[in-house]
Design a protein around this ligand. Structure first.
Ligand SMILES: [Zn+2]
Length: 122
């Protein structure tokens, strides 16, 4: 019996797609697939359904390092504003409106809001 063919763990596979930063608290940049919204994706094998499923790379990283989400209905947000960053230290749980607030504060959502001024829903 040979045990030489050691299979890589899922997390080892994950880390192969990450470019680690040169500075200690820099962003971990995702080198794998990226969605049109700019987030990294990572395929994991679902053992119960026996098929691949696609996960958000940053969410995978967050769950790996934190075990679970404190509030599963929340989004995982980036404190660094780099969408394909998967550094668990840069990831926090937040609501959708937190996301919007961040965008407003950073001026990123400004254009969209100005464009929608004429179609007030009230
Ligand atoms: Zn980052």
């Amino acid at each position: 019996m040979s045990r030489r063919r050691k299979r890589k763990t899922e997390y080892e596979r994950f880390m192969k797609k990450v470019r680690l930063p040169t500075e200690p608290d820099g962003c971990w940049l995702w080198l794998g697939a990226i969605t049109s919204s700019g987030h990294g994706t990572f395929r994991v094998w679902d053992t119960t359904k026996e098929k691949w499923k696609v996960r958000s790379a940053h969410k995978y990283s967050y769950l790996h390092h934190n075990g679970s989400m404190k509030q599963p209905w929340l989004h995982i947000r980036h404190t660094c504003d780099v969408r394909h960053c998967v550094n668990p230290k840069h990831l926090i749980e937040g609501t959708r409106s937190d996301n919007m607030k961040d965008m407003m504060e950073r001026g990123r959502g400004k254009m969209q809001f100005e464009a929608k001024k004429d179609e007030c829903p009230f």
